[in-house]
Design a protein around this ligand. Structure first.
Ligand SMILES: [Zn+2]
Length: 423
């Protein structure tokens, strides 16, 4: 959360687990980019927080394509807090700071509520630190989605202390206890409440630390920063941090121009698949507005098990009827042992309710309604369950192999897929 926001809520996830330190027992630790005051009981954790922050700052600068000079005078005064009342009484939280459920940033000062896991406390400290850096570098952090999304992006990390690597999706749920971003996104998916990309861009600043809002803002920033063709526009947008109104989005949209519908299509796929271990290098989907319309001739494609969704390279016209057949063998190098699979999948090993190794397809509509607040979930089918397809609207036809998120890198082989006009 950031100073420019109105904050009404007080919903909290933190708990006062340990007895607070006595008045003279606040821990103070000084680093290169952070001066930390805290009542957490563990000096080791406090030192780890300082080392993590100091490791993150040069990576943030690199992310924004700036030189080290940009942070020569950057240093935050940070409070990591268990007993907020005590910090209030000591005058360590000025009365001008609104009630905050997780954290708050005001220029070079940040306040963070200690959480039930070190990972989550560290995440929030980094998150508020990104806000503070945005003030320092850009005089602000842009509209809500950009402000919170970029803070989430650059706070999400693997490792800790000097080994902290920012902008890394945790590999496993156990690596990030209580952080809960994917859990909340999964709930939204279940209840059909996944926002459209444009709805995220329109988020209003009256946040109450709502995890869903933060998570989708993060996802939007991931899509924009992970695809090389959007990245420079995204990084450049940060320079406009002072703008919090619609002109910020308009400028970004105009710099991405015709890529916007492709971005919206990729958004739908990412929302379907994002989870622990998600690897953007393998999950970038090759789509283009210039993909030719399918002329009905036979298509052959190789579908690899070490990549996410793979397009057959054409757009399928509305009303087309197609038949898909597939053959081949792949190896999924999953623990405790590798599995060999054919297109129907391994029917005694399941992922997301379907056989592991199953060849799947989905139809991804070319068009999307820019006014829609929510997106329809993509429908995924097993090729062997549904080899004949009636195409209801102009769509890309995509394939992938069913495997756990984050387990693609050691998969081998491919399926040969043949697409024909149905007779
Ligand atoms: Zn924030």
């Amino acid at each position: 959360m950031l100073q420019s926001q109105l904050i009404f809520g007080v919903g909290c996830f933190f708990a006062l687990l340990a007895a607070p330190l006595k008045a003279d027992e606040l821990l103070v630790r000084d680093g290169r980019y952070i001066h930390l005051t805290t009542d957490i009981a563990s000096a080791e954790e406090a030192e780890n927080l300082v080392a993590s922050f100091d490791a993150a700052v040069p990576q943030w600068i690199q992310f924004w394509n700036l030189s080290a000079d940009a942070v020569a005078n950057f240093k935050v005064k940070a409070c990591v807090i268990r007993n907020k009342t005590d910090f209030n009484q000591r005058g360590l939280i000025p009365v001008t700071v609104p009630n905050f459920p997780f954290g708050y940033a005001m220029r070079s000062q940040i306040w963070v509520m200690a959480q039930q896991s070190e990972y989550y406390t560290r995440h929030l400290l980094l998150h508020e630190g990104v806000h503070s850096l945005a003030y320092h570098l850009f005089n602000g952090a842009g509209p809500t989605w950009f402000q919170e999304g970029s803070a989430e992006l650059l706070a999400t990390h693997q490792g800790s202390g000097a080994e902290t690597k920012i902008n890394q999706i945790p590999q496993r749920r156990e690596d990030a206890p209580y952080w809960g971003r994917f859990k909340r996104m999964g709930q939204a998916t279940e209840s059909g409440e996944v926002p459209s990309f444009n709805a995220v861009l329109g988020y209003q600043p009256n946040l109450t630390g709502d995890v869903a809002t933060y998570s989708w803002s993060w996802a939007a920033c991931m899509v924009l920063s992970s695809y090389p063709e959007y990245r420079s526009a995204f990084v450049k947008a940060a320079q406009q941090g002072k703008k919090t109104g619609p002109s910020f989005n308009r400028k970004l949209q105009s710099s991405l121009g015709k890529q916007w519908p492709i971005l919206a299509a990729r958004w739908r796929l990412a929302c379907h698949d994002l989870n622990y271990g998600f690897d953007w290098n393998r999950e970038q989907v090759k789509l283009s507005a210039n993909d030719p319309l399918w002329d009905g001739s036979d298509l052959e494609i190789q579908v690899r098990p070490d990549q996410g969704w793979q397009s057959c390279g054409v757009r399928i016209p509305q009303g087309a009827k197609i038949r898909i057949t597939a053959e081949g063998e792949i190896t999924l190098a999953n623990q405790p042992k590798p599995w060999t699979s054919e297109p129907p999948g391994i029917t005694f090993q399941y992922h997301r309710g379907r056989p592991l190794g199953q060849l799947q397809f989905c139809l991804l509509p070319n068009a999307n309604d820019p006014q829609a607040k929510r997106i329809d979930p993509i429908e995924v089918h097993g090729v062997n369950d549904q080899p004949m397809i009636d195409v209801a609207q102009y769509s890309w036809l995509l394939f992938r192999i069913n495997d756990e998120c984050g387990k693609l890198d050691d998969n081998r082989g491919n399926y040969q897929v043949s697409i024909k006009r149905a007779r």
